[in-house]
Design a protein around this ligand. Sequence first.
Ligand SMILES: [Zn+2]
Length: 390
Amino acid sequence: MQSSELTHTLSFGLHIDTGSPDDLRNGCLEARRIRNEVNRLDRHGWDWDDLRSVVVDNATHVKNTSQQIVDKILGEIETYHEHKDDGWGRPYPYIDKLYPMVMNHGEGYRLFLEDEDTVRFRISAAPRNHVKGELRGSPDHFDRVRTALENDEWRVGTAEVVHKHSEWRLHVTVTHEQHHVASKNDAETIVGVDVNEDCIALTAMNRDGAMLDSVVIEYPEIKERRHEFFTKRKRMQNAGQTAFESVVQTEERDYVHDCLHKVSRQVVDWVSQFTDPVIVFEDLKDMRDSIDYGTRMNRRLHSLPFAALREMVSYKASWRGIPSDEVDPEYTSQRCPRTECQHTSRSNRQKKRFRCQECGFQDHADRKAAVCVVQNWFAVATIVSELIRR
Ligand SMILES: [Zn+2]
């Protein structure tokens, strides 16, 4: 059975105290130049070994960083070649937005554990041009990067400097040397997940599409308490008590955080009962600005639990060797799950109740959505296996 190393990507904000954001920008501009040059030479039919050595020699980054960037770009081109029959587009020959700087720990960048609460970074935006400062991030990510720096079983791997939502961020990978996660392609049980602001619905199906079991775990208290905190903060704002306001905010964050840990443990316990499971989430990351999926989706995107809960579930699951995957969320809330019907309409859903306007099928709306998540996963798996057979 194929498996992969247990690797996590942690995301941090950068508080710079030596050097400037402009240095990072220049580093990412150089990465973009490398990216466009690699694509240009590849289209001219260059041998990849020659291409790699010429581009790395001409780049102004620390040598190891230039190598990492070239490898990332060649990886993108390789992925395109593997999937081109599936209609995947070739990477654009030229991009004009910034490209991430990819760096090796110890060469292109370095993290230092200063004390309990402080992790410092040093990024070489160019040789002898170091940008330094402190990482900013969630308590979870801090715990994990601290463990990776202190513990021999963990390795701090490559990191990328990215500019996102008008902020400079560092995405750091950490890998556990012994732990392995099962390959999602070998999964026997597919567990679809539908996350909402007051509950999470799970449906387990086997490879034949038969439902094994389902569960809806509710957490109305998170929604209620968040509403209470919101009212409390509003009152303080009106009274001008900004100092207390941030205390309330921390209290709220800690409360929600604890609840989500409890829920994610329940989810992983439930999933663990099945043979070789894979946990499938809806991929919502690019939807925020691109497509209007209606008010239900928007509410889910902007309510805190979705991203945090998903991350905690994936993290805890990977510790038990269980892989996670994601699918296109298209129509999961509107489509009838009966294979012979598939009628898709917004009016099929009335709050927590799903009732197909065509065939009359009825179910809990979120559990039904979790079934559709599994069906979307099967749809992609079928395309891939047909490609392999060809
Ligand atoms: Zn139907």
